[in-house]
Design a binder for this molecule. Structure first.
Ligand code: FAD
Length: 495
């Protein structure tokens, strides 16, 4: 590594190009600010998307997809590390923030100007940009059988809109959509921000935010060169927006000595997966994942469809492999589903004291989480059996399969043992909550970090609490709102 060099300068410097960062970049570029975005990951063309899982994870995921959340039940977590961040590898499911959560956040965090009406236009802006829409009834088989079970149980459910109009079932969401149908940020929004003058520097990892008193002056960043070596560079800016995602934003702030309510309240949606065998061919490996979500038990418990490949099926069966290894032969008649719970446990994110200051993640499931996961398993298994499944295989060690409704409903009243659970999550948030309550908020209602004049955050970390829904829509709507507020207040001040 060479000595520190001063390279770029931006009026506004944004760290991270995911849902929060790119929304902020496009909004501020549109408002006439000189915007520089630093993105740690690389820029990949669509032609390199849709690779086999190991290659895709190496290319698009942080730590090749290995980010364990430690606790009495370790939880597998993944996030994106590429231009566009996690939006490049997500499934594009889209929700607006339900009114109940909006009110809850106002009450608990004192969020200002945070009404349905105030957010409405920002959701509409994002939905228009990403062409969010229903699939219009053209449902793959894994959705059709799920629908059969929902009807049998008479539970309320909805088809979830997606930011993937023109989806043609490549089943490659998690590897980057090679057709450009799934609207990750890199598809249209980054190019649009660039056309408005924003500069995206990829392969640029912000390592430290530089502070002088109550102002920040820029960042130190490692910028990767074509030969793979890197330069340590100082980038000056009038304003810095940290949009590095729910784990990296708190890690970077803490490494930079900014710690007040930062990384102390990590929230997730813990997820328990099951795979089910039907009598008919489903061919889930050739279609988009099931598109319906059961809302009957929301906000505590949601039931929905999971990504399916033969490799992922093997992982789902691995807890009880000695008795389940043969089941994989039925993969054409199988599909995978999940129980997602809102998450009421307690978690933290810290910058590791060793290595490069990577984020260390901890989350302790609450007893309520365990109850909800158990009840969710009972309900999802009952639904799948009612839909015609012969066997349901949960990711629970020592519980190889569920074959009857009576076996399933047992978990309505009993709790699954913690030590037997194999859980995952792809939704992290709330590590830097926004709001006006100084005793629990890291930043004000519009993301300005408390105690610093010109430092902002705008990504999943700012959501005050677990939203109980797929979060990208909410992150983009709040990021848009925050950036517009910044533009208005700063233009008024003539800066
Ligand atoms: C597999 C998967 C499936 C998902 N499915 C859905 C779904 O269907 N619907 C939904 O609503 N949500 C889904 N999500 C969640 C959603 O994608 C995220 O909540 C959202 O993208 C978070 O936005 P963000 O801006 O906080 O972070 P990200 O989008 O992750 O962006 C953060 C960016 O910051 C960069 N960065 C981090 N640290 C630094 C640094 N020090 N310097 C420079 N750059 C840095 C990262 O490389 C990354 O590109 C899914 C997530 C995953 C992983």
């Amino acid at each position: 590594m060479s000595q520190i060099e001063k390279k770029e300068r931006g009026q506004v410097l944004i760290i991270g190009s995911g849902a929060g960062g790119t929304t902020t970049a496009i909004t501020l570029a549109e408002a006439g600010f000189d915007v520089v975005v630093l993105e740690e990951g690389a820029r990949h063309p669509l032609t390199s998307y849709g690779q086999a899982p190991t290659k895709a994870m190496n290319q698009l995921y942080r730590n090749r997809g290995m980010m364990p959340i430690m606790g009495s039940v370790p939880i597998g977590y993944v996030e994106g590390r590429c231009l566009g961040g996690s939006t490049e590898i997500n499934s594009g499911f889209w929700h607006r923030l339900p009114p109940e959560f909006l009110l809850r956040w106002q009450a608990r965090f004192g969020l200002q100007d945070f009404s349905l009406e105030a957010l409405d236009g920002h959701f509409a802006w994002a939905e228009d940009k990403l062409r969010v829409q229903d699939r219009n009834g053209d449902w793959p088989k894994s959705t059709q059988v799920f629908q059969r079970g929902i009807e049998a149980m008479q539970w309320s459910a909805q088809e979830v809109r997606r930011a993937a109009s023109g989806c043609v079932n490549t089943n490659a969401c998690a590897a980057g959509c090679p057709k450009g149908a799934k609207q990750g940020m890199s598809v249209k929004l980054v190019p649009e921000a660039e056309s408005l003058g924003a500069r995206f520097i990829t392969g640029a990892r912000a390592k430290l935010i530089i502070k002088h008193g109550n102002k920040v002056t820029g960042v130190l960043a490692d910028i990767t060169k074509p030969d793979g070596s890197s330069d340590l560079v100082r980038i000056d800016a009038d304003y810095v927006f940290v949009c590095a995602g729910p784990t990296q934003t708190p890690a970077l702030l803490r490494k930079s000595g900014i710690k007040e309510h930062i990384g102390d309240t990590f929230q997730i949606h813990p997820m328990l997966k099951v795979s089910a065998v039907f009598d008919e061919d489903i061919d889930a490996h050739k279609s988009v994942m099931p598109l319906l979500q059961v809302k009957e038990f929301w906000p505590d418990i949601s039931l929905g469809g999971s990504f399916f490949s033969v490799g992922h099926l093997a992982i789902n069966l691995a807890d009880n492999w000695l008795t389940t290894s043969d089941v994989i032969k039925n993969y054409r008649r199988m599909a995978s589903y999940y129980v997602g719970v809102r998450g009421t446990g307690a978690g933290t994110v810290r910058a590791s004291l060793t290595g490069d200051g990577e984020a260390t993640l901890k989350y302790e499931l609450s007893d309520v989480d365990i109850r909800h996961l158990s009840q969710g398993l009972a309900r999802l298994s009952t639904l799948l059996l009612a839909a015609g499944a012969r066997e349901v295989y949960p990711c629970v060690f020592g519980l190889p399969k569920i074959t009857s409704e009576l076996n399933a409903v047992r978990w309505l009243d009993e709790s699954l043992p913690r030590s037997s659970l194999s859980l995952t999550t792809v939704h992290g948030f709330s590590t830097c909550p926004i709001g006006e309550r100084p005793e629990r908020c890291a930043a004000d209602s519009f993301g300005k970090v408390h105690g610093l004049k010109n430092l902002y955050l705008s990504d999943a970390s700012m959501l005050p609490d677990s939203p109980g829904i797929n979060p990208q829509g909410t992150i983009m709507a709040i990021a848009r709102r925050n950036a517009l507020h910044f533009a208005e207040t700063h233009n008024q001040q003539g800066t």
